[in-house]
Ligand binder design. Structure first.
Ligand SMILES: [Zn+2]
Length: 233
């Protein structure tokens, strides 16, 4: 694992969730020269039409589309992801190694049990990572900020705190999402691309809420500050 710290770490239940939920924001931060990594907790497999090898290739292509150079997979069990102490330690060790200032974590309500577990695991690992006198790898670290993004299987966006304008980045986000052919296109018949259309509709809706073309919504549990009101759109 790369030892160089990152400023932002996006934790995702499955490969593709980071892209769906906040691909535009990832592109925006990378284009600004920020150090950002994605931590996928599981391989995402099995799925009806995917294979581990195919999924790895799709993930690599999507990362390249985003301009992402650091992406890790923790190898936790897909479909049966659970909030265990052992899993929390694994995530915390990544935090202690990469030392992100800001964590992006899946929104805390979801229909998918893996997503619920990922949200809790990633949140609990934030605290666990700062513990001293443990056998965990790395030095204690506490991420300053936690921001929740929506990669949810619930067709609702509760608790939205702010929206990032991703109008410029949206075409790149689409290219990244399109890399997951086994998930969104193959053997889908009329349903091919339906998930991407839903994401586009949602991003258009949230963009409209801030009078922009496309937006990605985020939630917080702690109050978030602005370095300057100049960045308000
Ligand atoms: Zn997922």
């Amino acid at each position: 694992m790369a030892k160089q710290p990152v400023e932002y770490l996006v934790v995702a239940p499955h490969p593709d969730d980071a892209e769906l939920g906040m691909g535009g924001t990832i592109v925006n931060l990378l284009a600004a020269g920020k150090r950002l990594a994605v931590l996928d907790l599981t391989s995402g497999e099995p799925t009806p039409f995917g294979t581990p090898a195919k999924r790895r290739l799709e993930t690599a292509a999507a990362s390249a589309a985003l301009g992402l150079t650091l992406r890790l997979n923790l190898g936790l069990p897909n479909r049966t992801l659970e909030v265990t102490l052992a899993a929390r330690v694994k995530v915390a060790e990544v935090y202690r190694t990469l030392r992100p200032r800001v964590l992006f974590i899946p929104y805390w309500r979801d229909a998918h049990p893996d997503h619920l577990a990922a949200s809790r695991l990633a949140t609990e690992a934030r605290f666990h990572a700062k513990l001293t006198k443990t056998r965990m790898k790395g030095e204690p670290h506490y991420a300053e900020r936690v921001i929740y993004y929506y990669c949810t299987h619930l067709r609702t966006h509760d608790d939205v705190a702010f929206v990032v304008d991703v109008s410029e980045e949206f075409p790149t986000k689409v290219r990244a999402m399109e890399c997951y052919k086994s998930q969104f296109f193959e053997h889908r018949g009329d349903g091919a691309g339906a998930v991407l259309r839903y994401v586009a509709d949602a991003n258009r809706f949230w963009g409209q809420q801030i009078n922009r073309s496309y937006g990605e919504p985020f939630a917080v549990q702690e109050t978030l500050g602005l370095a300057t009101p100049k960045c308000i759109v």
